[in-house]
Design a protein around this ligand. Sequence first.
Ligand code: SF4
Length: 260
Amino acid sequence: MPIRFIKVKAKNIFTKTKLPRCKWVINQYVGCQFSCRYCYAKFLCKWKNYDKWGSWVEIKINAVEKVKDKYVDGVVFMSSVSDPYQPIEKKLCLTRKILENMNKKVKIGIQSKSSLLLRDVDVFKKFKTIEVGLTINGFDGKLKHEIEPYSPSHKKRLNALKVLKEEKIKNYAFISPVIPGLVDVEKIIMETKGFVDKYWIEILNLKASGYEFVEWLKSNFPESYNTLINKEKMNKFIKNILKFSNKNKIVIEDLILHKL
Ligand code: SF4
């Protein structure tokens, strides 16, 4: 898909957030080439006058100078409306340059679907407090092609988690978006528990995934949709995940279930 890259200047780069366990976010990119159909950041298309989600990326060209010599208290998360290691990052190295220039006492959390982050392991190691996570969901084949067409494969993400562990960087798996019947949480835990420090599990946020995605889910996977909207079924589903996690003694930082 042709991508439009738009250069912009940011007033500030550290933005306050209400996301769990962090105080700030950095979005050096706004918009994402991975173009996941369920992406919660799609709402940005409504008030930015650009085209379809995934077809544009804003690049904050002054992001590096904005982080230089600054210290903020509390965890800084990278990123909330983009993937910090989406394909353009390979060429621009903007995420890398931000990290290189950031005060190394800043507590940082990085999350991506891309193994490109392994390029920056040397910089990660310079931070006193850092956690690096990979979003994992196991989408594969036709299903992946339909809902997460341009993201790196499950295999590459697993390998990235493994390498982070070998490099002694605190890592986590963000299992998301969990869609009953489509994402096998137990299988993912079994595949990763030897090299993942902790887990976040997030059930698909139906509201944030947007009308088009919900309609697609309803018509292609009605059972999954019906489970998501049924309180009793969801309670049972979550109970089973927690039971399995306890049995396997894994650390779950949080299990996020959004309001309908
Ligand atoms: S990788 Fe994340 S930010 Fe990018 S499109 Fe997918 S869900 Fe959205």
